[in-house]
Design a protein around this ligand. Structure first.
Ligand SMILES: [Ca+2]
Ligand SMILES: [Ca+2]
Ligand SMILES: [Ca+2]
Length: 284
């Protein structure tokens, strides 16, 4: 997938880590991998913490760079991205967990994690810190644009939502009025890309989606019963209980981890029931 034509206004460049069926997890949707192989993807039954579907990407150490790259972007002046990040437990140094780069290998968008905070920056403007907890899933949503005086990097970090109905926003990014018309994006990377923190508990990545002009949006939290209907009801709670049973045949192919702790348990089913009785029972 080295061609550069997929990223359209309405076409998702969704790069998952495996088919949504009982097949092996993979990184083959990505253009290249550095320090990672298919063995770094896997299912919950093998201890992999996924947000959606059966598979996710695990990074267990940062001694050498470990990341996957999407070279689909083609000198984009507008770029929207969403991915799910499980924070693990890292310390001692700051790691780049996301980079969107130019043809000259400059970081146009950079996201780092030091074990306590995510830091969001672009080529100018004031970087933004957002505090995150260890061992929780967060969805990072970013929108970037190049322009003379009106360029911007905006976005949100949402996660560690517990079993309450409302998803919790950890923070937002609003870096505006940038003179960045010369910037463009030609590749994106996720992983522990640079920096060498101590990784006491691994980090995970899931459900990367990037587009030119549309926000990919978040997946429907708690919508766990196939087929996806963007509605959370008792059938989803049942699917979560089935997932929690540990039977590989009963794994949810959707989003059973309501409380964003990386494992599926009865607490997630309780959360789904709470969502079902709330204004969040229907996702947009
Ligand atoms: Ca997944
Ligand atoms: Ca549902
Ligand atoms: Ca959970």
């Amino acid at each position: 997938m080295n061609h550069k034509s997929l990223l359209g206004t309405a076409v998702a460049a969704a790069l998952i880590f495996g088919a949504q069926a009982a097949s092996a997890c993979a990184i083959s949707a990505w253009s290249t991998a550095t320090g990672l192989t298919a063995a770094d993807t896997g299912e919950p039954t093998a201890g992999f913490k996924r947000y959606s579907g059966r598979c996710s990407l695990k990074v267990t150490d940062a001694a050498t760079p470990r990341f996957v790259t999407d070279t689909t972007p083609n000198n984009e002046a507008s770029y929207r991205v969403r991915f799910y990040y499980f924070t693990g437990n890292i310390s001692g140094a700051t790691a780049d967990i996301f980079q969107a780069r130019s043809t000259g290998s400059a970081n146009i968008i950079r996201v780092t994690h030091d074990g306590n905070q995510l830091n969001f920056s672009t080529t100018s403007g004031t970087p933004v810190n957002i505090t995150v907890a260890d061992n929780k899933y967060y969805v990072i949503e970013l929108a970037w644009a190049a322009a003379a005086g009106t360029g911007s990097l905006t976005g949100t970090v949402t996660g560690n939502s517990g079993t309450g109905a409302a998803p919790l926003q950890a923070g937002s990014i609003a870096i505006n009025n940038l003179n960045n018309a010369a910037d463009s994006i030609t590749e994106a990377r996720i992983g522990l890309i640079a920096g060498a923190p101590t990784v006491t508990a691994p980090v995970f990545f899931d459900e990367f989606d990037s587009r030119r002009t549309q926000n990919p949006g978040r997946l429907c939290r708690g919508d766990a019963a196939s087929p996806a209907n963007n509605v959370v009801n008792v059938f989803d709670a049942v699917a979560i209980i089935n997932d929690a049973s540990g039977n590989p045949a009963q794994l949810s192919l959707l989003q059973p981890d309501v409380n964003d702790d990386g494992v599926v348990s009865v607490f997630d089913a309780v959360g789904a029931v709470t969502i079902a009785g709330s204004a969040f029972a229907t996702c947009n």
